[in-house]
Ligand binder design. Structure first.
Ligand code: F0G
Length: 482
């Protein structure tokens, strides 16, 4: 369904739901915000939510549930083994993906752990359209490495390419040729490619990837965590899919892959994860590890209530009116910022609005984490919490060398059905003010740097007193406004 047309010519997304439960928000004064971010080691992950106004850190586990999801939670069948709740979830996965086998896991990265333990051996390689932080960490932990081979447009912050998450087929062939098919653990495609701005792949591209996999006897694994947005974009942007239903597109995607795994904190708007496959041999091999790491096969670390919510959430994902909400709000935010000359990733993707920090703060070297500095600055001036997706989210190699990220993004996630249009407009307003005053923002440096996934709990300091100057300018312009 296209955006609703307005008589007055407005172009705004329209919520196709009503709020029936609300949660109060708190916008603490700017002096508290600057103290809070310093207490949090200039890492937005370490802020306490009581200090946050609009939490745009992630859409993981924080999408709004529907009344039907909540109602289903009350019906959960609480049993360790043989839970009927699990059977319902298993049947829903069989129905929408057309895959016979389902393995439950406590979240997406747990699925990655199991896949990496089974398939990644020292010296093997996983070609992929783009990595996700936890995916890469598990592959590397098992002695493997990754090769990122998206199409060139993936790295161009502004583009009109509708499918920047596509894999470069020629590069895939080269990777297989260079390493030898026996060294390829599996090929991985990520739906709604997270770290390059929530960009989708096309069904046609997935079919081409599968063709190459078949030529070399390789497994094709789909990370379907952000599948909902990707489905919407395929329907909207891929000519040959315009007349297909979301359900038909899902089936077509599934038929092209050997294994589908997902974070149910994203797909299905619940919490948990799972692995689906139509192949008994794959199922039996992966199944070994579920009781070891996740729990018994009929819950896999998920609470029965979450499984009930997930079953309904997966069904709701097949409804275009439900899944268009995220992308349409994101498109609004991206287009409004773009109109005002703020560097954002285009075309608008899923998950959230991504600001190109490399351009926004082009005076800050990547070694001083421009995207991290922008996340901190935006929090100070608005109480909005975003997430750094750049060099801070990278990991040092075995020689301690810090790789510079391909892109420096500030991700402002829009969890589905959580924020109103006026909250989005407030965020746009504060980003515009910050853009006017961007020269006041300077970089960050690590003062405590964990070895693995350092962005989660590393602590940083400002390289100068720029935060105090930013606060002074804010007060000058806004007076006693929060
Ligand atoms: N794959 C993708 C594409 C993801 O976006 C995530 C999580 C995972 C796997 C891991 O799933 O969190 O359930 O273990 N992304 C979150 C985010 C953390 O904020 O984007 P998980």
């Amino acid at each position: 369904m296209d955006k609703i047309k307005f008589f007055t010519g407005e172009s705004i997304p329209l919520e196709m739901h009503k709020a029936r439960i609300v949660q109060s928000l708190n916008l603490v004064p700017i002096d508290r915000r600057v103290a809070a971010i310093q207490e949090a080691g200039n890492n937005t992950f370490l802020l306490k939510n009581t200090d946050v106004f609009l939490d745009m850190l992630t859409d993981s586990g924080v999408n709004a549930m529907s009344d039907k999801q909540l109602a289903a939670m009350m019906e959960a069948d609480d049993s360790y083994a043989g839970s009927h709740t699990f059977t319902k979830l298993e049947e829903k996965c069989q129905e929408i993906f057309g895959t016979q086998y389902f393995l439950p896991a406590h979240q997406g990265r747990a699925c990655e752990n199991i896949l990496a333990q089974v398939y990644v051996k020292p010296g093997t390689v996983v070609p992929m359209n783009y990595h996700f932080t936890t995916t890469k960490a598990h592959i590397v932990l098992n002695g493997g490495s990754i090769e990122e081979i998206p199409i060139d447009e993936a790295y161009q912050p502004t583009s009109s390419h509708p499918f920047k998450g596509n894999m470069d087929i020629q590069k895939l062939k080269e990777v297989i040729y260079n390493h030898g098919a026996d060294k390829i653990a599996f090929v991985r495609m990520e739906a709604g490619t997270n770290l390059i701005g929530g960009q989708p792949f096309s069904l046609a591209n997935l079919a081409e990837v599968r063709k190459v996999c078949d030529q070399h006897g390789l497994l094709l694994v789909l990370d379907a965590s952000l599948l909902a947005d990707n489905l919407y974009f395929i329907k909207q942007r891929e000519e040959t899919c315009k007349d297909l239903s979301i359900r038909e597109i899902t089936q077509a995607i599934s038929e092209l892959t050997h294994i589908i795994y997902f974070s149910a904190r994203k797909l299905g708007c619940a919490r948990g994860g799972g692995i689906c496959t139509a192949h008994e041999d794959i199922y039996l091999e992966l199944r070994e590890l579920i009781p070891l790491y996740e729990g018994f096969l009929t819950y896999g670390g998920m609470s029965v209530r979450e499984m009930e919510a997930l079953t309904v959430g997966l069904e709701e994902t097949m409804d275009e009116t439900v899944i268009n909400q995220g992308p349409q709000f994101i498109a609004y935010m991206v287009e409004e910022l773009d109109k005002r000359g703020i560097p954002v990733i285009t075309p608008p993707g899923g998950l959230g609005c991504h600001i190109n920090a490399l351009e926004f703060l082009d005076h800050i070297p990547q070694q001083q984490y421009p995207a991290g500095a922008l996340a901190v600055a935006l929090y100070i001036v608005s109480g909005v919490r975003g997430m750094e997706r750049g060099t801070m989210s990278e990991q040092r190699d075995e020689n301690g060398v810090e790789p510079l990220a391909d892109m420096e993004l500030l991700r402002l996630a829009l969890p589905r059905r959580v924020f109103t249009l006026s909250q989005v407009k407030y965020t746009i307003d504060r980003i515009c003010w910050l853009y006017e005053n961007r020269r006041l923002v300077e970089g960050l440096k690590f003062v405590e740097e964990p070895k693995n996934l350092r962005f989660f709990f590393g602590r940083l300091a400002a390289v100068s007193d720029w935060q105090e100057k930013l606060v002074a300018k804010f007060k000058e312009d806004f007076g006693d406004s929060l």
